[in-house]
Design a protein around this ligand. Structure first.
Ligand code: SAH
Ligand code: DHB
Ligand code: MG
Length: 224
């Protein structure tokens, strides 16, 4: 199956996603720096980009920067006066990300803040209030519930919150799972269900990232 998933992803990618040297250079720089290759795929980048553009996001928050690959996909959707903040605990990852973001010509719009995300989020609320239009949560999975609850505070009706890696090869359906990343999803779901005025869909994905998925949340939807 895995070979077929990859062939199908390659087929659609070859038709739907233009070559983007800046993104390929970012991947190369990440490899050279020895960062793990756990960034989103080009197909997922295109999906995030379409979602951010469809809500005309002007202010974007990312939790979990790695080498800045998803940040570049998202920041490229911003209008000229748009802003993105991306949070990264690992200073080495943050350095690689800053260089990649500079190479993409996006340094004026993207701030990489270094340190555990939970240390930064209260300050972001003071600085930005509920101004974020789009939040991408893709850091340490055991903190997913906490990140989601901060994302709700930092967003407003019409905003979108995306949480990566909620399927974990299907292990999410194993309620007895001892994997702390899976438990992070199990803790997230009641918070999602309890959040007022949020509609969420979890989408299972297969391809170069294996079998995984996203939760896509729309803030301020009165139904569903
Ligand atoms: N969004 C990136 C991939 C992120 S990988 C992309 O698709 O391109 C997850 C990242 O979260 C790693 O770089 C890891 O160092 C970072 N991370 C882990 N724990 C964190 C924490 N507590 N606060 C902020 N970042 C964290
Ligand atoms: C891992 C983390 C991710 O954010 C991802 O998209 C894929 C894998 C991981 O920690 O293995
Ligand atoms: Mg991820």
């Amino acid at each position: 199956m895995e070979a077929q998933w990859n062939a199908v992803e390659q087929y659609f990618t070859s038709w739907l996603i233009p070559d983007q040297p800046v993104l390929e250079e970012a991947i190369q720089a990440m490899q050279q720096a020895g960062l793990p290759a756990i960034q989103i795929s080009p197909a997922e980048g295109q999906l995030l980009s379409i979602l951010a553009r469809s809500i005309k996001a002007r202010t974007i928050l990312e939790i979990g920067t790695l080498g800045g690959y998803s940040a570049i996909w998202l920041a490229r959707t911003l209008p000229i006066d748009g802003k993105m903040v991306t949070l990264e605990a690992n200073p080495k990852h943050a350095d690689v990300a800053r260089a990649n973001i500079a190479n993409a010509g996006l340094s004026g719009q993207v701030q990489v803040r270094v340190g555990p995300a939970l240390d930064h989020l209260p300050n972001l609320l003071k600085e930005f209030g509920a101004a974020f239009d789009f939040v991408f949560i893709d850091a340490d999975k055991p903190n997913n519930k906490a990140y989601f609850e901060w994302a709700v505070k930092l967003t407003h009706p019409g905003s979108m919150i995306i949480i990566d890696n909620v399927v974990r090869s299907g292990e999410v359906a194993n309620l007895a799972s001892r994997d702390s990343s899976v438990q992070g999803v199990h803790q997230l779901m009641p918070a999602l269900a309890a959040a007022s005025a949020i509609s969420a869909a979890a989408v299972q994905t297969v391809g170069s990232k294996g079998y995984d998925g996203f939760a896509i949340c729309l803030v301020g939807a009165s139904e569903g």
